[in-house]
Design a protein around this ligand. Sequence first.
Ligand code: ADP
Ligand code: MG
Length: 244
Amino acid sequence: MTEPVLRLEAVRKSFGGHLVLRDVELAVPAHSVTALIGASGSGKSTLMRCANLLEEIDDGAIFLDGEEITDPRADQDGVRRRIGVVFQAYNLFPHMTVLDNITLAPRRVHGVGRVEAEDRARELLDRLGLAAKAGEYPDRLSGGQQQRVAIVRALATGPRLLLLDEITAALDPELVGEVLAVVRDLKEQGMTMVLSTHEMGFAREVADQVCFLDNGAVLEQGPPEQVFGDPRQDRTRRFLSRIV
Ligand code: ADP
Ligand code: MG
């Protein structure tokens, strides 16, 4: 079998004595989409923050393309360049244009020249139907457009893996569709993604595997037809009956 893009091995994480991830095992194959589902507080964001090295794990190991990134000797900037992240609230810099928001990390952190960074940014904006917005400031865009720009920004370093943490949760319902459409396109293009969502219909449609987190533990994991259609655990059943 080929090496998964992302692999978590017995990952444990606690905050001040409160165990938030309990020996989590997860393998994300290349070009696949993994949906993390589970109640608020179940550990979805923490899992993604650990994968992006925003949080330090207490035990276990995380691998990116087979390389242990939780090894203290790992190149943290290199890891972050290979993992794009989008959070719930669009966190674009309000005082910068769309183009500057997107090219900031490639230029400042990763040493890409302005021309090359801007060319790539414009190409990505074009692909997401935002070419006309390059010179705008974020507050001139709708929430959905801002979140699409945040996705472009996450793609700007050419990552191996995208982590999308409830990226539609803060949007007005009528703007959710355009953001989910981008995720659908990225899947079609073969992007490897891990996303957390409360949009169960979308998770079912787009995910290759669904991972149900309950109080920091992976309670159930499998293809969407199985987890949604025939959950093995009562707790999964109860969670789904509450949310759907
Ligand atoms: P989810 O994304 O599934 O809602 P989180 O990963 O945000 O869950 O949170 C999991 C648990 O960890 C919650 O109990 C939350 O209160 C706690 N937690 C998350 N981040 C921190 C932090 N920085 N400090 C203390 N507790 C935290
Ligand atoms: Mg969360």
